[in-house]
Design a binder for this molecule. Structure first.
Ligand SMILES: [Zn+2]
Length: 301
């Protein structure tokens, strides 16, 4: 094996780990329409403790893309995440799809989240992940807004057939996007295994639940250098999700929430074991670290 091949192998075996840090109970309660949905859910504290312990044991560090409204409901959790050596990024404030917002609404949502994150951690997030990867072909103006709002990188492009009108990265590897006014926003796409016949997403736990583990590992090896993985706090929790709606919720609301819990419980069943297997085969680092390596290399003489 030549020295240059060895170097590229080393790069290929590093993946970017992220957590979309949000309170599932806030989201499901809002979705089914119960009042008081903003109140802190009963499980995020436990889920966060389990997740941080697991990442420590696996010697993995991640970017936590923080949802503003969940951070405000659990103000002490962000300090703990940062103290364990993880990067704090931004997942927006209200978890509204980007393509349903105007550019000025999107900018306001970013500012609200940033203000919460800065107040609670003293640090300004450099990276952004859209809720449900919702920067679509029609809402690509969002990249310019992110750069104008001071973000250095985006991690929202996910080339999967499950997302309608998704933005397909020109190249699957991390790359700078040159925007107007000489601004640059780096893009870090989610891991997708491209074969001659199909695009197979391999970066998230809902895909790990339906693919044999050896194919997930093989797909990640093929997905390109510094491909992105994403998790949610509830996916590593040994306790199943339970909807636990407040008193006064209707039978229909309870049925709706229970169905969503069942769906998430199915989707997360392989998450912990697959993450262990991935951590055994790949170095897992936060996005900001990869951004510092790449953008430093791109600007050095
Ligand atoms: Zn989310």
């Amino acid at each position: 094996m030549s020295a240059s091949t060895a170097a590229s192998d080393e790069t290929r075996h590093t993946l970017l780990l992220s957590v979309d840090f949000e309170d599932w109970h806030q989201l499901v309660r809002r979705r089914v329409g119960v009042s008081g949905w903003e109140v802190a859910g009963p499980a995020l504290r436990r889920q966060t403790a389990v997740l941080l312990e697991l990442l420590d044991r696996l010697a993995a560090r991640a970017t936590f893309f923080i949802l503003g409204m969940s951070a405000r409901a659990h103000p002490d959790l962000l300090g703990e995440i940062a103290a364990r050596g993880h990067e704090i990024g931004c997942h927006g404030d209200r978890h509204q799809p980007v393509h349903r917002q105007t550019p000025s609404e999107f900018a306001a949502d970013l500012r609200a989240a940033r203000e919460t994150i800065e107040r609670l951690t003293g640090h300004s997030p450099a990276g952004y992940r859209a809720p449900a990867f919702s920067i679509t072909g029609e809402s690509q103006w969002a990249f310019q807004v992110l750069a104008d709002e001071g973000f250095a990188y985006d991690a929202s492009q996910h080339d999967t057939p499950r997302i309608r009108d998704t933005v397909r990265a020109d190249e699957p590897a991390p790359h700078p996007m040159h925007l107007s006014g000489d601004s640059i926003l780096w893009e870090f796409p989610v891991a997708v295994w491209r074969t001659a016949r199909a695009r197979i997403p391999v970066g998230g736990a809902s895909y790990w639940a339906v693919l044999p583990r050896r194919l997930v590992l093989r797909g990640l090896r093929q997905a390109g250098p510094l491909a992105g993985l994403y998790l949610h706090p509830h996916e590593l929790d040994p306790e199943p999700l339970r909807a636990l709606l407040p008193e006064g919720a209707s039978t229909a609301q309870r049925a709706h929430a229970a169905a969503r819990a069942a769906q998430r419980n199915m989707a997360r069943r392989a998450a912990t074991d697959t993450l262990r297997a991935i951590a055994g085969s790949f170095e897992l680092i936060p996005y900001g670290e990869a951004h510092a390596r790449l953008s430093g290399a791109a600007t050095s003489p």
